[in-house]
Ligand binder design. Sequence first.
Ligand code: FRU
Length: 493
Amino acid sequence: MEWSREELYRRIQEAHPGELDALQKQVEGSPWRQAYHIQPSTGLLNDPNGFAYYQGKYHLFYQWFPFGPVHGMKHWYHTASTDLVRWHNVGVGIEPTEFFESHGAYSGSGIVHEGKLYLFYTGNTHDADWVRHPYQCMAVMHPDGRIEKWEKPVIAAPPEGYTSHFRDPKVWKEGEHFFAVIGAQRKKDETGCILLYRSPDLREWEWVGELETALPHFGYMWECPDYFEADRRGVLMFSPQGLTPQGDSYQNIYQSGYLLGEPLDFHRPRIHHGPFREWDNGFDFYAPQTTESPDGRRILVGWMGLPDLAYPTDAYGWAHCLTLPREVIRKGDQLLQQPVRELDSLRGESLTITDAISSETKAYEGFLGTTYELECRFTPEDASAFGVELRVGDEEKTVIRYDKEQKKVILDRSSSGAPVAVDYGTSRARFLDADEICLRIFMDVSSIELFVNDGEAVFTSRIFPSKTSGGIRFFSEQGKTEMEAVLWPYQLD
Ligand code: FRU
């Protein structure tokens, strides 16, 4: 279906009579609705926004277009949870009603200050010639849950020298000041960068400068920046667009990663850092955002999807979901991601097997399902490769394989069911030098999140198998592998 601008740039209040009910029915017919991931009731979800802990709850918003699986008028949809696991749909958080957000309330962040949750976002507008004019805006969530917009934008335009690709403010506090990083594009050569702003009170913002990094030519736009400190190290993260694939890296349409280095030098401003590392080696991961939990953990959530691609759920009137929340932990010059421990509360009664498998593919009684957590530890003897096949059906399987010669973990979704983004390949790989491989897998109806060796490598992907494809099989190629596997079926209501 072709969407006209009029149809695309409508607010939820402008729904046609019966439109959302009809769409809801279409969504209900989808075989790929998730069981424990945040997903939209209808339409399209993208970036996580405004992630913050406020008044005893985590608040997590997301970019939402209610009327179909396309990028149209973006709203902020509000979800909340006390445990990062069971999320409750609160309703629309920000509906774009004002002139400074006439074409959508784009991504941004949240920060608690003086007993209120301050939300910062980009007001996207287009003029009559369809030229883009971005505004950085603020809204305040009160203790009673009411969200009130500030009457005017807090930053009215990008500074001289930058294009209108200026969006996604992430705000945090450092000493006496508030700071914001905002994704931007330089005018002179149309390359991506990050701009730093400072404020004494969240209302008045002053431009500090462009954040200097060692990556002056690294794609054409850096979306969704974030900054935090872990273990007295600085972490600058962003989602660059326009990188070309290199070996196993940068395989998706757009990338997402971080620079780990010294804490940000706010005066210059600049950051000394190591290499750009991708957060994730899976097929569907973009625009992550972090917050701090009350007990001091750094928690990250990403969008399990990518812009500019068609997905099999489109036919059912919805698209995408968020990832599970992960704790970010520094290990040397890398960041590990581990599913938050609260997720253990989803575990049903466990099933364990210990076996040695030799040049074979083996299934075990009770090992099957479409929603579960599975942990498998492999110690190869003389095998050349080993791994696990998931969501196995007559003609379907999703394969995780460790190739000992290449020392690579490989996720293959070439037979995972309905095809998606095949132009970008059907397998993903990541080098990992280890004698033992531990795979921690979170399976939902249409996604897999794989954490290898305590989160040293992560693969996040949508898959679209049929509901009857629930088999689990283990394999060892050309020799023997010792293995232990524990399956926790999920008991979900
Ligand atoms: C990233 C992004 C952001 C923007 C939002 C619009 O996926 O393009 O840069 O604010 O999505 O929905």
